[in-house]
Design a protein around this ligand. Structure first.
Ligand SMILES: Nc1ncnc2c1ncn2[C@@H]1O[C@H](COP(=O)(O)OP(=O)(O)OP(=O)(O)O)[C@@H](O)[C@H]1O
Length: 592
């Protein structure tokens, strides 16, 4: 997203300059929300003389937080250090690491990220209490997660909280719970008020009630001297309802904090035809204000539809479309006069409502020798197995007593673990020479020495060199900002979790689900499998559920700046053989 030389519109500038303590910005896709957020942060920092007054900018994904951080870094020079750009979970986790002992957490709480580890603990804890559960424990966890996101009570909740406490562990929802408990103390609130002069929440349509509670606790109650706050979001892009998100919370904030509401109606991202089709979907979603394309956009854009006989042919058609884009650029007439038609592979996204719907495109792209990558999965920043093991090893060495850390290492090495296994045992169990080559790392005395040894390793894996460079970069960022005493495995692991899992840097066409595409921008977007049952997903039966699917459709369309291709296959392979499909009801809305 280029922001050099952008002239903000009057409506955008009004938000940047607004002196109100609380504001809500509700605006459509591509209307410049992220642009406004970074300009407003810049304006506040430049206007304030207090050196130690910081801004907390909360984003929904690690990738979005990273993107905001690097945008501010480019524009603000040294001033960007006064901004903490984080996800709400990483912010809360950091609070727990700093102050958690005040509420009885261990200094380094074990973080249970994987369901296997949670199920094992739940099973153990139920057995301890002489209880058993006949059904599938993962469904208990799903219910526990959604209850905590919604802040309602449910069966097993107290039991699960006790189980976590007994283990000195937290899972993702408990990170918020515990942060809330911490923020309950007046000392902690004072500390927040002394630290932050402004809190900004981007993608606020994705807030859950639990996150909203943390936010309110953090800034302070309405009618008090609360920390200035700005919520920015788009109700039409609310697509994580399954995770408990409630776009209504933006209105609640407006009411409770008497916030001034702003809206932005112009689309700066997409060419005319794309704005037109996205606006038809937004209108159907009937959330005001609707987008109107009053920006005079010089590019007309192009929107096309293709219906294939079957999914293999659909995949081939999309792969050929990608190939043509890379070789010849976007369609003639789709670009603005004088604008280059060239497209880099990274500016092309092939999207699907689910990952499964993308498999035919993936193989068709590979057959044509076109490089592609999946979205920004959490661990995607490292490609080779040895590098992933290195991270798992750092995790293990930072908390050798955490069972989950041992298991993660065992998984990364691809062996099974016994409770007595140390990291050396796990590496030695693997027959792979690459894993054996990592053995010298195990008994490094500290993380400095770990890195000296890491550089000296002789590993023959094509991706190792670039992964090593990534690890080195993470290390040098960390060591630049941390004094010797703070350079522990545990702090370095925390640094990696907070900063290093963002967008993938690898080259190639992006082949991603719509959910992974939120907040991003591409020159050309193909959306495959536009069939009933695929988008909308077959599980969406109620009106509300279909609307949620329509919002996903809106997110997909509104990612494109110049060109859209929608495709479907007339037949699909299912477990029961080939079946005829019906076109998605959403195609009728965009009138294709
Ligand atoms: N005033 C402006 N003039 C020119 N370009 C602009 C202006 N405001 C924003 N843009 C550009 O429009 C594009 C969309 O802006 P931005 O990413 O901030 O939108 P957004 O509202 O955050 O979108 P979404 O909600 O879809 O993620 C970006 O490329 C941005 O640089």
């Amino acid at each position: 997203m280029a922001d050099v030389g952008i002239r903000l519109s009057e409506a955008q500038q009004a938000i940047v300059d607004s002196p109100e303590k609380a504001i809500v910005v509700s605006a459509g896709a591509g209307s410049g929300k992220t642009e406004v957020v970074s300009h407003r942060i810049e304006r506040i920092l430049r206007d304030s003389s207090e050196e130690d007054f910081r801004i907390l900018a909360v984003s929904y994904t690690v990738r979005a937080a990273d993107a905001l951080r690097s945008r501010l870094e480019k524009r603000l020079g040294g001033l960007h250090r006064r901004v903490d750009a984080e996800t709400i979970h990483s912010f809360c986790l950091n609070l727990l690491r700093q102050f958690g002992t005040r509420i009885g957490l261990p200094a380094d709480p074990e973080i249970l990220t994987r369901d296997e580890d949670r199920i094992e603990l739940l099973q153990y804890w139920l057995a301890e209490r002489g209880q058993s559960y006949a059904g599938d424990l993962s469904s208990v966890l799903i219910e526990l997660d959604s209850a905590r996101a919604a802040r309602r009570s449910t069966e097993y909740l107290d039991l699960w909280r006790d189980a976590l406490e007994s283990r000195g562990a937290v899972d993702y929802p408990a990170i918020l719970d515990k942060a809330l408990e911490l923020l309950d103390s007046s000392w902690m609130r004072r500390h927040m008020r002394r630290t932050y002069g402004q809190v900004v929440v981007d993608e606020a349509q994705n807030l859950t009630p639990a996150q909203y509670a943390v936010l309110c606790s953090l800034i302070g109650v309405p009618d008090s001297n609360y920390i200035d706050a700005m919520l920015v979001g788009d109700e039409r892009q609310s697509i994580v309802g399954f995770a408990g998100a409630d776009p209504e919370l933006m209105n609640r904030f407006e009411r409770e904090y008497h916030a001034r509401r702003f809206s932005l109606n112009e689309n700066y991202r997409s060419a005319r035809k794309i704005v037109e089709v996205a606006a038809r979907v937004a209108d159907r979603l009937a959330i005001k204000p609707s987008v109107d394309d009053t920006v005079e956009f010089a590019a007309s854009g192009s929107v096309n539809f293709f219906e294939a006989e079957d999914e293999v042919k659909e995949g081939s058609f999309v792969a050929d479309w990608v190939k043509r884009l890379i070789e010849q650029g976007i369609d003639e007439g789709a670009a603005a006069p004088g604008e280059s038609r060239g497209v880099h592979p990274e500016e092309i996204a092939v999207m699907g409502r689910t990952a499964a719907s993308l498999r035919f495109v993936k193989s068709a792209l590979s057959e044509r020798g076109i490089e592609w990558v999946e979205g920004s999965a959490e661990d995607d920043w490292l490609e080779s197995q040895p590098a992933r093991v290195v991270v798992a090893l750092i995790n293990f060495l930072s908390s050798p007593s955490h069972r989950s850390a041992r298991r993660q290492l065992a998984d990364a090495v691809d062996v099974t673990s016994e409770s007595s296994d140390g990291p050396g045992d796990l590496l030695a169990k693997s027959a792979s020479p690459e894993m054996q080559a990592l053995l010298p790392l195990v008994d490094s005395h500290n993380v400095d020495e770990f890195f000296v040894r890491l550089r000296a390793l002789d590993i023959k894996n094509i991706a190792w060199r670039s992964d090593l460079a990534q690890l080195e970069e993470a290390w040098s960022r960390f060591s630049d900002s941390t004094d010797e005493a703070g350079r522990t495995y545990s702090n370095f692991r925390a640094h990696i979790t907070r900063h290093q899992r963002g967008d993938i840097q690898k080259p190639g066409v992006r082949v991603i689900t719509i959910h992974k595409a939120q907040g991003r921008e591409f020159k050309a977007v193909a959306l495959v499998a536009c069939n009933e049952g695929q988008i909308p997903d077959f599980r969406a039966r109620e009106v509300e559920a279909v609307k949620a699917e329509m919002r996903a459709f809106y997110v997909a369309l509104s990612r494109a700046t110049r060109q859209i291709l929608l495709t479907r296959a007339k037949t699909r392979m299912t477990n029961y053989g080939s079946r005829r499909t019906q076109p998605s009801q959403f195609l009728a809305i965009v009138r294709i």
